[in-house]
Design a protein around this ligand. Structure first.
Ligand code: SF4
Ligand code: SF4
Length: 269
């Protein structure tokens, strides 16, 4: 169900055995960084970008923090082997987070941290340092709730924490390189990069943990774009606005494809 994301098929041996990423590895330290803020307030009908992508690229921001943490661990323990990852290695990160006792995998497929919600980036330090293991999080507090399943406009959620990526707006507007299939015409009207619906409706996100890393805060220029601005976007402006944000993943071509899929006739409006 991973569509064109053939990279997910690669390196199965690493997915099942992180020691292949770091020979002698003893411990996976799982880290979370909140990215939710009170800032982006879209009006009905405004073009919307998934909130994780409104700040600076988390890969770079968190790697810098991770390296600082590794330096500190080395100073304190003399540990020599450590690697940092965030969405950068074939690891099922939310499952490692669950095993580290941080939360459960909700029906929306996200890691949910009790009392803090699901608006988190997940990162890991794999190290040969041996430390006491946390208890895995073995409970699931979704209960009988099905809000995310009911709210998903494309029926991408399967109900057990898995999703059919081929139907997910996040996949279709970011990772999918071909045209968006016609069957989705009119199914959603505002998401031009990613989709937050199944997290927005989750009751565990009522009072979420807020972002504390300044670079991850939404950039004002990225939340104030009108449909007209977007229609007139040049490759140069796209680079200027999104070159250091996760939005660059779609590329100028993919980004403009998303806009014209939603509003093919708005160029002169
Ligand atoms: S991100 Fe959007 S399209 Fe994808 S599963 Fe969630 S609600 Fe559905
Ligand atoms: S919306 Fe309900 S079912 Fe979906 S992840 Fe949140 S608590 Fe679980």
């Amino acid at each position: 169900m991973h569509g064109e994301m053939t990279y997910l098929e690669r390196y199965p041996e690493l997915r099942f055995d992180p020691e292949k990423l770091l020979p002698g590895a003893q411990t996976m330290i799982v880290l979370l960084a909140a990215y939710e803020s009170d800032k982006p307030v879209y009006k009905e009908g405004d073009p919307r970008i998934s909130r994780y992508a409104l700040g600076e690229d988390y890969h770079k921001v968190l790697k810098k923090k991770g390296k600082q943490l590794i330096r500190w661990i080395r100073r304190e323990t003399g540990t020599l082997q450590a690697r940092f990852f965030t969405d950068s290695a074939p690891l099922l990160e939310r499952e490692w987070a669950r095993r580290a006792g941080l939360g459960w995998i909700g029906r929306n497929g996200c890691l949910i941290v009790p009392g803090k919600g699901s608006w988190f980036f997940i990162a890991e330090i794999l190290t040969d340092l041996k430390i006491a293991q946390d208890e895995p999080f073995d409970r699931n507090f979704c209960g009988s709730c099905t809000r995310c399943l009911n709210a998903c406009p494309t029926g991408a959620l399967l109900g057990d924490g898995r999703l059919d990526a081929r139907k997910c707006i996040s996949y279709l507007t970011i990772e999918h390189r071909s045209e968006i299939p016609d069957e989705y015409q009119g199914v959603w009207s505002d998401w031009i990069f990613g989709c937050d619906i199944c997290q927005e409706v989750c009751p565990w996100n009522k009072d979420p943990e807020k972002v504390s890393i300044a670079e991850l805060l939404p950039d004002n220029r990225r939340i104030s774009l009108s449909w007209n601005d977007l229609q007139r976007m040049t490759p140069e402006l796209f680079d200027e606005l999104f070159g250091s944000s996760p939005v660059k993943r779609a590329g100028y071509r993919g980004f403009m494809r998303n806009i014209s899929f939603l509003h093919p006739n708005r160029a002169d409006s």
